[in-house]
Design a protein around this ligand. Structure first.
Ligand SMILES: C[C@H](O)[C@H](O)[C@H]1CNC2=NC(N)=NC(=O)C2=N1
Length: 91
């Protein structure tokens, strides 16, 4: 089981564009149109399935919100930080 990160560790490790909100890290990606966001959400889902670590994905008009936390550990771990960077690579 991965170690929980404290707020300072989260702040220093999460990629630019991500923020901590309680026990989650979150980023809102903006798109020129709705279907580009839908396609991005699909890509995020595929990475999540490959890594077996799943975010909450909210698809809105011209934006997609992605939230990560480690449910089993009950907070933010390096798994979340690593996946955040992998999702950014899909953007
Ligand atoms: C049983 C447990 O749900 C699975 O091992 C995986 C699935 N995907 C997961 N995703 C996330 N974000 N956190 C988890 O703890 C997690 N656990």
């Amino acid at each position: 089981m991965a170690e929980l990160l404290d707020d300072d560790e989260v702040s220093s490790r999460i990629p630019d564009g991500w923020e901590q909100e309680g026990d989650e890290i979150v980023r809102v990606y903006e798109f020129e149109d709705y279907l580009r966001g839908v396609s991005f959400a699909q890509s995020v889902g595929e990475v999540a399935e490959e890594e077996f670590h799943h975010p909450t994905i909210v698809i809105r008009y011209e934006e997609v919100e992605v939230r990560l936390t480690s449910h089993e550990e009950g907070g933010i771990t390096d798994k979340d930080v690593r996946l955040a960077g992998m999702f950014d690579d899909e953007f």
